[in-house]
Design a protein around this ligand. Structure first.
Ligand code: PMP
Length: 405
């Protein structure tokens, strides 16, 4: 039984008020709220274990190292990676993509080589490639989509050439909610010998992810979107690729031997983890993964699917409602506009009713151009949201709409 009221008790922030109204937090695609278990893990570790990890001979350092490396194992299990060597801790999705873009382009690509992305990418899966395009003369190709917000796989197939070196696409769109058929897309790329990076920022909190089942070459995500802390995230990479990539940053931890003449690098995953890692964050991230695992990712997916279906049907009842993203496979992200009301006005007035939504281009300007709009209002759901909150959102939107008539 999915007990949402019990789950809500773990998130103290959900019982606060804003402007005297109960908070209705529907900005989960930007970041999620944290359960007690995660917040307490941070203070507990600072209070009772804190010491720098790896190589320390003293008790605390060893204990901190055990926690940090234990968290890597928790991540491995959560995404079903083959080995902990394939789990690199980063600052988040953005840093993970920058790492791959920089090392892949710098180490394995030549001018004129191509990377395929999609029209619905977040800026963090566009700009890192453009930076490399400028440095190394690589070329970006873009998968188009249809009116429902589904990628056109026939067009995708046509984008491959002799020069395609990598595909980098999002699992779930942070604007449209589209769940892309990444397993199929990976299969199509592999048939041409091309590896694939999946941006899992919006999928990891909502659907079960098995990197081996998907056969993803790289899978990246952020801790803060899955009820963990900010400042920590993950780059999963198949060992055969991580082995071939040159290091991203230099410094402590990532070396084996340093002389002024030559430096050799540490084994995986440490080769990509220069400097003191966020060992407090990794423990808290593991707590977040334990938290969702205890509820069950399948159960969460099913619950959120129900919420999304309910919200879609209720929101469509609203006069003048335009919803962007009607894919068959859709997660709990609903982007919309009502009549001629500016997204910013809608967001600001909903906020006064205690409803937190996001407005703007959602860091996906090329997608906004494709849709022919400047921005949307976006409501995005998490495991603690309820149908009652959706009812309040719907009556809030109706109330704001009436003000503009
Ligand atoms: N990709 C997608 C699809 C996202 O939604 C986001 C966050 N909005 C990112 C990447 C970037 O994540 P972060 O800012 O945590 O690095």
């Amino acid at each position: 039984m999915y007990d949402v009221s019990k789950i809500r008790e773990d998130f103290p922030i959900l019982s606060r008020t804003v402007y005297g109204k109960p908070l209705i937090y529907l900005d989960n695609a930007a970041t999620t709220q944290k359960p007690r278990q995660v917040v307490e893990s941070i203070s507990d570790e600072y209070y009772s274990v804190n010491a720098n990890v790896h190589r320390g001979v003293h008790f605390l350092s060893q204990q901190a190292t055990e926690l940090h490396e234990g968290s890597r194992e928790t991540v491995r299990r959560f995404i079903n990676a083959r080995s902990v060597s394939e789990v690199v801790f980063t600052r988040g999705t953005t840093e993970s993509i920058n790492l791959v873009a920089s090392s892949f382009a710098g180490g394995l690509m030549k001018p004129g080589d191509e990377v395929i992305v999609s029209v619905m990418e977040h800026h963090s899966n566009i700009v890192p490639w453009q930076l490399q395009a400028e440095r190394f003369g690589i070329v970006l190709k873009v998968i188009p989509m249809d009116e429902k917000g589904e990628l056109l796989l026939d067009e995708y197939e046509k984008l491959f050439s002799e020069r395609t070196r990598l595909v980098s696409v999002t699992h779930v769109s942070n604007v449209l909610g589209t769940v892309n058929p990444v397993k199929r897309m990976i299969g199509m790329a592999h048939a041409k010998g091309v590896p694939v990076l999946i941006d899992g920022a919006q999928s990891i909190p909502h659907i079960p992810v098995d990197v081996q089942e998907l056969d993803a070459d790289f899978y990246v995500f952020s801790g803060h979107k899955i009820y963990g802390p900010t400042g920590i995230g993950v780059l999963y990479g198949k060992e055969k690729w991580l082995d071939r990539l040159p290091p991203y940053q230099g410094g402590g931890e990532m070396i084996q031997k340093v002389t002024f003449e030559k430096t050799t690098f540490n084994e995986l995953p440490f080769k990509f983890e220069a400097g003191t890692p966020d060992y407090i964050g990794s423990t808290a991230l593991a707590k977040a993964l334990d938290y969702v695992s205890a509820i069950g990712m399948e159960q969460i997916a099913e619950y959120e699917h129900g919420l999304t279906r309910y919200a879609m049907s209720r929101m469509k009842e609203i006069k003048g409602m335009r919803i962007f993203g009607e894919a068959e496979q859709k997660s709990g992200v609903i982007s919309f506009l009502v009549g001629n009301i500016h997204h910013f006005d809608m967001g600001t007035l909903l906020d006064r009713l205690g409803i937190a939504v996001r407005t703007g281009h959602h860091c996906a300007e090329p997608l906004m151009h494709r849709l022919g709009i400047e921005g949307t209002v976006r409501a995005s759901f998490a495991l603690y949201n309820t149908k009652e909150e959706i009812d309040t959102l719907v009556s809030g939107i109706e109330r704001v709409s009436r003000m503009f008539c």
